[in-house]
Design a binder for this molecule. Structure first.
Ligand SMILES: C[S@@+](CC[C@H](N)C(=O)[O-])C[C@H]1O[C@@H](n2cnc3c(N)ncnc32)[C@H](O)[C@@H]1O
Length: 357
């Protein structure tokens, strides 16, 4: 018999909260307010001098210029073919007509594709894939926090590396008694949206708390959405327990984290670098969860692997940092699949034919 919690398979109906009769109504309204980020409108990148994405945009422009000229399609395929292990989908989404590259002409000085090296294209494809956006649904996050709860002590710091619009960070701060929940996001506009969503949630929290018939005091016992019992400070100090950082995850030290969350389904080629970073920084006992891709590093012990369809539509793995601090990288590239190049080419040609019909 498995000791797993009974996992949900769909969202429950969630009628809008119209009255705040008890703290549970406040939690429900706050959780409802942070759903749906996956359908946000993707703006195009800003082509401003000094943007950290300029190098990324240069290669995107070079690839898109080939995509737009049918006589350059063979060359485009020839340059992409060596990197299929790091390419997500058939063609990179950001160079497609609805992608996030600005529609303006590239600024002078941007190189054409034949002046760009293979290594640069590979690094570009890895970054391109990692910027794909997705969120777990509400019931999947409920499953997730049920799954990790037995391994956590009260308090501690939760970090989401690649936090997008902040749903996991805010859900964590509402659901479990973490002392702090921190999101790290590379794209400015996503970081900004996370901050806006958080500000809206905190306003709603203040309104909800003010409307309760019985005021919530710091000492009032409070049952959290996970069933864990904390006290009134959990909601009263909500804003102080949440932080969003706009940065590359590789530039933020996560020493001190007790749980690192990674929605790593599009991070396949980054898993080595991420595992090495976490092995260097995390203290013994810290937890890390990944989706889709495992951590294969001797500094981590697998505590539990949840098959697709249990916690989430994709697999979820939970690891614990074991042993002393490691400074040497121990992992190597073992995550990449190599799709059949001819099948890939056939799919691309079909897609291009539709695009240019
Ligand atoms: C699949 S989304 C997940 C968002 C959020 N964690 C969630 O589960 O709702 C992955 C996020 O990671 C961000 N990302 C990719 N590479 C990153 C990096 N090097 N540093 C920080 N964020 C990154 C992407 O921009 C994207 O918003």
């Amino acid at each position: 018999m498995s000791n797993d919690p009974i996992f949900r398979t769909a969202n429950r109906p969630a009628p809008p909260v119209t009255r705040f009769r008890q703290p549970a109504d406040v939690f429900e309204a706050l959780l409802q307010s942070i759903q749906g980020g996956e359908s946000h409108a993707r703006p195009t990148f800003e082509l401003t001098p000094g943007s950290p994405l300029l190098a990324f945009m240069e290669i995107g422009y070079a690839l898109r210029a080939c995509l737009e000229k049918p006589e350059r399609h063979d060359y485009l395929l020839h340059r992409l073919r060596p990197h299929l292990g790091v390419l997500i989908g058939t063609l990179p989404a950001s160079i497609m007509p609805l992608g996030m590259l600005p529609k303006l002409a590239p600024p002078p000085g941007f190189r054409p594709l034949n002046a760009i090296a293979d290594d640069e294209i590979r690094a570009w494809l890895i970054q391109e894939g990692s910027l794909i956006y997705g969120e777990m649904q509400r019931f999947e996050l409920e499953n997730y926090f049920d799954a990790v709860r037995p391994y956590l002590s009260p308090g501690g710091v939760m970090v989401d590396l690649g936090s997008g619009l902040g749903k996991v960070v805010m859900t964590a701060a509402l659901t479990l008694p973490f002392a702090r929940c921190i999101g790290v996001e590379l794209l400015s506009y996503r970081h900004r949206l996370a901050q806006e969503r958080c500000a809206r949630m905190l306003t709603l929290a203040a309104q909800g708390l003010a409307a309760l018939p019985e005021p919530l005091t710091p000492e009032t016992p409070l049952s959290l959405p996970s069933g864990v019992v904390a006290d009134g400070r959990h909601l009263l100090d909500l804003g102080a327990r949440i932080a969003f950082i706009e940065s590359d995850m590789f530039k933020v030290d996560v020493r001190g984290a007790s749980l690192v969350f990674l929605y790593s389904t599009c991070f396949g080629p980054l898993m080595d670098a991420i595992s090495n970073k976490l092995a260097r920084e995390l203290a013994e006992g810290a937890l890390v969860s990944t989706t889709t891709f495992p951590i294969r590093h001797p500094a981590f012990r697998l505590l539990h692997a949840f098959a697709p369809g249990q916690v989430s539509w994709t697999s979820v793995m939970l690891y614990q940092r074991i042993g002393p601090v490691m400074t040497e990288p121990a992992a190597e590239e073992r995550y990449l699949h190599q799709p059949d190049a001819d099948e890939w080419e056939a799919r691309v040609r079909q897609e291009l034919a539709t695009l240019f019909a």
